[in-house]
Design a protein around this ligand. Structure first.
Ligand code: PLZ
Length: 444
């Protein structure tokens, strides 16, 4: 088993990775690009080992997926056993217990103690798409409200819900109809300042929907309780609760897309828990299954059960191997208190980032919760002009030094931290040292 230690054996990417990149160019569609083209051979917890023998510290978790760590013992054992038992029957043909057990766990851990039902799918986009289908059927309404900076996926409906054109939507239209976009409560960039953000964002949303759509035509509002790809935007206290209240008042369903923010990531089971907000429907994926493809839609029993038999499904949704991985991942989260670990990681990262911000005025904002933290880079703190080139340079610097980092944000100027929750404090601290070195080099 590989040691939890950074190793730089060659330049990054090394010769073997470069060879594979050349092979990729001849075989893989160029629309599928790689942020850090090192080819991984093995990974355990916070370390990825590449084909050149480099060992990189992982601050990305494959975009918030390997929450319980790569090579997690419980996941490996559960998956191995399940593969030996059977790999597939299709739950819609001949069902199996693992699917039911995952739905029970989802019903247990998602916000609220009301009667719930769940359905399983393969990807986050598929979960969001099904949540909208269910909301439309249950309400008999068409319109769906989405937010600036939102990311919900790459299928036609979820592309339409996603805000950013390049690279997600450019050239891929026409998009689905009946999607209405409203401003996101984005404290750092709210025109009149962060204090007024919650109240004014809610007022704008209410008035826009009233005038342009009509509340009675709205099936659902879809929101990431902490926005992911759009820049780790944390809405100000009161916004989610106010939104949920307004939805309830008008019979509009509140769909929380917790695909990125869910499963202990933010120091709660779900980001909605932070303010005690109880969504009508929650979508989950990523961290649920330790790297196996699995997603879920969990909602009020009356809504979920409104759908006719055969109305929901798919060949692979809730595949038994993915379900076995999910049960092992959730058990790990429960038994190893990964909610608590995410909070510890926040303390460590926040402390280091605050120090870094004293040194670099380009760090305009530090935000996030738990192990979902970010810094937003700006040209200067007055104008807040996005420093996208600097973000790219720091990112490249981290990669060259053996740290896997990711950027995000509508302007590409947000640097995000998504380590596996099983990473050690030593690797976290070393990662922050590397970030500091990369900042120094990029601003020199
Ligand atoms: N909802 C909130 O974060 C996926 C996308 C990476 P899928 N985010 C990473 C990329 O560039 O494709 C995501 C998300 C939220 C939905 C999704 C979609 O999940 O499993 O990628 O379909």
């Amino acid at each position: 088993m590989i040691q939890q230690k950074r190793v730089l054996a060659t330049d990054i990417p090394g010769p073997r990775s470069q060879e594979l990149s050349a092979r990729k160019a001849g075989a893989v569609a160029s629309g599928v690009s790689a942020g850090l083209p090192v080819y991984v051979e093995e990974a355990v917890d916070g370390i990825l080992r590449d084909v050149d023998g480099n060992q990189l510290i992982d601050f990305g978790s494959g975009i918030a997926v390997t929450t319980v760590g790569n090579g997690n013992r419980r996941v490996v054992e559960a998956v191995t056993k399940q593969i030996a038992d059977f790999t597939h029957t299709c739950f819609m043909v001949t069902p199996y217990e693992e699917y039911v057990a995952v739905c029970e766990k989802l019903n247990e851990h998602t916000p609220g103690d009301h009667e719930k039902r769940s359905a399983l799918f393969n990807s986050g986009a598929e979960a969001v798409e099904n949540a909208v289908k269910i909301a439309r059927l249950a309400t008999g309404r068409d319109a769906v409200v989405a937010f600036d900076h939102a990311y919900h996926g790459r299928t036609n409906l979820t592309m339409g819900l996603t805000a950013k054109t390049m690279p997600y939507k450019q050239g891929f239209g026409p998009f689905a109809s009946e999607i209405y976009r409203v401003p996101m409560a984005y404290p750092y960039r709210w025109p009149t300042g962060p204090e007024k953000c919650a109240e004014e964002a809610l007022a704008t949303l209410k008035s826009q929907i009233h005038v342009q759509v009509g509340e009675e035509n709205c099936a659902a509002v879809v929101l990431e309780p902490i926005q992911g790809e759009g820049g780790f935007i944390v809405p100000p206290d009161g916004f989610l609760a106010g939104l949920a209240d307004w939805c309830r008042e008008h019979g509009i369903l509140f769909i929380a897309d917790e695909v990125q923010s869910g499963f202990c990531r933010t120091g709660d089971w779900f980001a909605s828990d932070h303010e005690g907000v109880v969504p009508d429907i929650v979508t989950t994926a990523k961290g649920i299954a330790g790297g196996m493809p699995l997603s879920g839609v969990t909602g009020r029993a009356d809504l979920m059960d409104a759908v006719h038999g055969g109305g929901l499904g798919g060949t692979y949704g809730g595949n038994p191997v993915a379900c076995a991985a999910a049960l092992a991942s959730i058990e790990t989260m429960e038994e190893d208190d990964l909610v608590g670990r995410a909070r510890e990681i926040e303390t460590l990262l926040r402390g280091r980032l605050e120090k870094l911000a004293q040194k670099y005025p380009q760090i305009g904002d530090i935000r996030g919760r738990g192990a979902m933290m970010a810094i937003e880079l700006v040209e200067d703190r007055e104008t807040k002009v996005p420093a996208s080139a600097l973000a790219a340079a720091v990112n490249k610097g981290c990669h060259e030094r053996g740290l896997v980092t990711l950027t995000c944000g509508s302007y590409g100027n947000v640097f995000r931290f998504l380590p596996p929750l099983t990473i050690g404090d030593d690797l976290l601290a070393e990662g922050m040292d590397i970030l500091e070195e990369s900042f120094a080099a990029a601003t020199a």
